[in-house]
Every structure is written in C-alpha cells, then in structure tokens.
Design a protein around this ligand. Structure first.
Ligand code: PXL
Length: 282
C-alpha cells in the first residue's frame, strides 16, 4: 500500500515576498508530500531590503500546536525548519525534535539567520551559537557560507573560494553532528554559483553548479532548501537532490530576471514546478 509522506515545516509566514512557508508549502506539496505547518512568526513582508514590516511573534503558540498534534498521535517523515522568530524558539524547536524524532524520520535544519557576511538585523549576536546547538540535532543542514562561518566562529571571506576552503567548511560542519551537509553560495569563479554537499556516512563530496545570474534575489535560500527537502523525501540521493535544487533555483531566478521583477519580491519558482516534478520522477 502506498503511504503518502508527511512533513512538518517550521518557518515564518511572510505574507508578501515569497520565502519561508509560502515557498516551502507549494514546493513540497508539488512533490506529493503532505506538509503540516508551524508558523514561527507572521510578518507583512520579509525583512530583506523592505522597511516598515509588521511582526507578530508566535513563540507562545508553538508548543501548544505540537501538544495537540501529539494528542492525535501524528507522525512525520521529516521535520524541516527555517527562519525562527525568536531566540527562545531555538530551545523550543530542539524540544520538538526530541518529541517527534523517530529512527526513520529526517530532521532538516536550514539555519536561516544571515547572508552576505551579515547576521539579519532581527537576531541578537548570540543567535548563531544557539543555531549551532540546534544544528547538532539535525540529520541534514543547509547553511550558506555566512551562516557557516558565524556558527564556526570564523571570519567571513568574500569569494571566489577554493575547493580546499569549501571542503574544510563541509568537514567542520559535519563535525557539528549532521550526517549530511549542503553548503550554498559556493563559487570558484564569477561565472558559476551553486552548492557543495558532503555525506559523512559515505565520505562523498559533490558539487552542483549553474550559471551565476547577478543580483541578490530574495528567498532563493528557501526555494533551494525546499526543493532539496522535496527531493530527499523522494529518496533521491544527496548529490542528485542538490543538483535538482540548484537547477530549480537558478531557473526561478532566470525567469524573474527576464520579467524584470523587483528582486525583493521573491522569485518565480511557480512556473518551474512542472519541470521539478519531472526531475523528481513523478
Ligand atoms: O528567506 C529568509 C527569510 C525568511 N523569513 C524572513 C526573512 C528572511 C530573510 O531576510 O526576513 C522574515
């Protein structure tokens, strides 16, 4: 009997400006996986390059949601976390992992907190240390280079990078505890951009690159991590899952660039969903 997979996605809802839950839900649902959502905060828009946003912190609501789910004996094939709304949520989410973890489910942490060498303004300086602790409980982590160096307490370097530097970061990240690491924002020149993956169980490192499209398109980290999560839930191996996620993300950026959309408003991932479904073998 076919058993549909179910995932719990723990991210904010930015009501406008596609990122977090508004991209995780459609992308993972498109893969045929059921998505249950725990919103960590509700914002009028995301906070990247837009001012005047509203912010409702939902820290108090998270554990009662999980208490209710547990009373219904709900089980999850994966728990996927992204943007958390407060420092207190780091411990709350760690508690949720302890409660919902089973020997055969997967915890995926995208430690959303920083980019381009900077911690997002919303977070206190001790947030990376707290996020590092949360990453120790994950099976898969999906940081960008800024998030990585903040967690490793290393200085941020501008690219292009060398394979030796990227591979040293992958190894240090794996030592935090996750068996699989996917590092985004990797580039060895100014022409190609992509992700590096490391599976510590097989000791395999792989790279997935595509053409670099200039511009800081908002929400692409969430689009990438959501497509990666969808592929992993379809039992696609880590290296191929990263390739599919890079292809989907770069396609979304290319459509957005062609349309001339404001880069703060998110990328057109929707029109890439039919191709994604094909690549997922559905
Ligand atoms: O895409 C990351 C993200 C998610 N949620 C909110 C954000 C950001 C990045 O700025 O502000 C609210």
């Amino acid at each position: 009997m076919h058993q549909q997979k179910r995932i719990a996605a723990i991210h904010d809802i930015s009501c406008f400006g596609k990122c977090s839950l508004t991209v995780a839900l459609p992308i993972i649902s498109a893969a045929g996986v059921e998505v249950s959502a725990i919103p960590t905060a509700v914002l009028s828009t995301h906070t990247g390059g837009i001012s005047g946003w509203t912010y409702r912190d939902l820290t108090e609501d998270i554990l009662p949601i999980v208490d209710h789910w547990q009373s219904l004996d709900l089980k999850f094939d994966a728990i996927y976390t992204g943007f958390l709304g407060s420092f207190a949520q780091l411990d709350i989410v760690a508690n949720i992992f302890d409660r919902l973890k089973s020997p055969d489910n997967m915890i995926i942490v995208d430690p959303v907190m920083a980019d381009n060498g900077m911690l997002y303004q919303l977070f206190p300086p001790n947030f990376p240390a707290g996020m590092k602790k949360l990453c120790t409980k994950a099976d898969v982590i999906v940081p960008n280079i800024t998030e990585t160096v903040l967690m490793l307490e290393e200085p941020y370097r501008e690219g292009p990078y060398t394979p030796a530097y990227i591979e040293s970061l992958l190894e240090k990240l794996a030592r935090l505890g996750a068996k699989k690491v996917v590092l985004t924002g990797v580039h060895f020149d100014r022409h190609q951009l992509g992700a590096a993956s490391y599976d510590s169980q097989t000791d395999a490192i792989s790279y997935a690159f595509d053409n670099w499209i200039e511009g800081y398109y908002h929400g692409t980290g969430d689009v990438f991590a959501s497509a990666l999560t969808a592929a992993l839930l379809k039992d696609i191996g880590l290296a191929q899952a990263a390739e599919i996620a890079v292809d989907f993300t770069v396609g979304s950026i290319a459509r957005t660039k062609k349309a001339g959309t404001d880069i703060r408003f998110g990328v057109n991932f929707e029109e890439g969903i039919p191709r994604l479904i094909q690549q997922l073998g559905l």
